[in-house]
Ligand binder design. Structure first.
Ligand SMILES: *Cc1c(COP(=O)(O)O)cnc(C)c1O
Length: 310
């Protein structure tokens, strides 16, 4: 399957967002989650040039890493199926059967799963680990956890040009900060980019972004920052306020946010806006980076949080 014809960028509409209380700014959401049913959101942009490179270099297998609920693992499995690569997922932790919906989907796409204990998983970036992978699996194209590398930055740099309105701010949830790094490169110094870290204690993301940006452009920019205040306790941690916000946004706008990434990011935009962080009348474009696949795995926990913390 040809890379560009599989993806429909015209589906990534720009949608106005209404909030539970009126804000002094205009907010739109760019629906990158709609570009493909499975290779969705920012993951398509991060994978595109990696897939092209892997094909050009004659690789027939992609190997990557992630947790058991990883959007990146899910998207890699789907991309492999769609574009004719075998896929191997190195999953952190032990096997739990029955498989959760993310890993069930991945195996249905043909992904081979291998479980890596937590201490080995921490060594996955070391050259010895790569050697072990090559000795075990042969010639495979290794994509890092979260999918961030320079080819991913190149893909994400194409996002700002897709936005069909004038805007002042562009915002994105940050896991590795690969997406926001690419967006900042694409802005090339114009407008403002604002990332929202979804992990606790994520000051290192600023360094990572700076390095990604410099490697890609040879420049540094000052029109961006990564906010560290809306992680809600840490990666995949949630509370009642976040869940209620996500439900309100769905009710008012029919936009589905996930509680791990896009829910936290849009809550951050909302909260900063009502506290006067943005000048009155500014236009903010929030990226819907996908992640809906992960909701199934969080449903029970979300209901539990809603019923116990009253
Ligand atoms: C992976 C992911 C992110 C984080 O992207 P990074 O490039 O790692 O910062 C944001 N939102 C969603 C929905 C994701 O799946």
């Amino acid at each position: 399957m040809d890379f560009n014809s599989a993806i429909d960028l015209t589906k990534a509409i720009l949608q106005p967002v209404e909030f539970p209380e009126p804000l002094p700014v205009k907010v739109f959401i760019k629906r990158l989650d709609l570009v493909h049913p499975y290779v969705s959101g920012n993951k398509w942009f991060k994978q595109k040039y990696n897939l092209m490179f892997a094909r050009e270099e004659g690789y027939d297998t992609l190997l990557t890493f992630g947790g058991a609920y990883s959007n990146h693992v899910h998207a890699t499995a789907a991309a492999g199926k769609e574009f004719g690569f075998n896929t191997i997922g190195m999953i952190r932790g032990e096997e739990h059967l029955p498989l959760n919906p993310t890993l069930q989907f991945a195996t249905e796409q043909g992904m081979q799963l291998h479980y890596v204990n937590r201490s080995d998983y921490r060594k996955k970036h070391l050259p010895e680990f790569a050697e072990w992978i090559y000795s075990k699996f042969g010639k495979v194209y290794i994509v890092p956890e979260g999918g961030t590398n320079q080819l991913a930055i190149k893909g994400a740099a194409e996002i700002p040009a897709l936005i069909e309105t004038d805007f002042d701010y562009i915002t994105s949830a940050c896991g590795t900060a690969g997406t926001i790094s690419g967006v900042i490169c694409g802005l090339n110094g114009a407008k403002q980019a604002l990332g929202f870290a979804v992990l606790r204690g994520a000051a290192f993301l600023n360094k990572n972004a700076e390095q990604n940006i410099f490697e890609f452009t040879g420049k540094t920019f000052s029109n961006w920052s990564i906010n560290l205040d809306y992680h809600f306790g840490g990666y995949a941690k949630i509370n009642r306020e976040l869940i209620l916000f996500i439900r309100q946004i769905e009710e008012i706008n029919e936009i589905i946010l996930d509680p791990v990434y896009t829910g936290k990011m849009l809550y951050g935009v909302y909260d900063l806006a009502r506290k006067g962080f943005f000048c009155e009348g500014k236009t903010i474009v929030a990226l819907h980076t996908g992640g809906q696949q992960g909701i199934a795995g969080m449903k029970a926990h979300m209901n539990e949080v809603l019923s116990t913390h009253i």
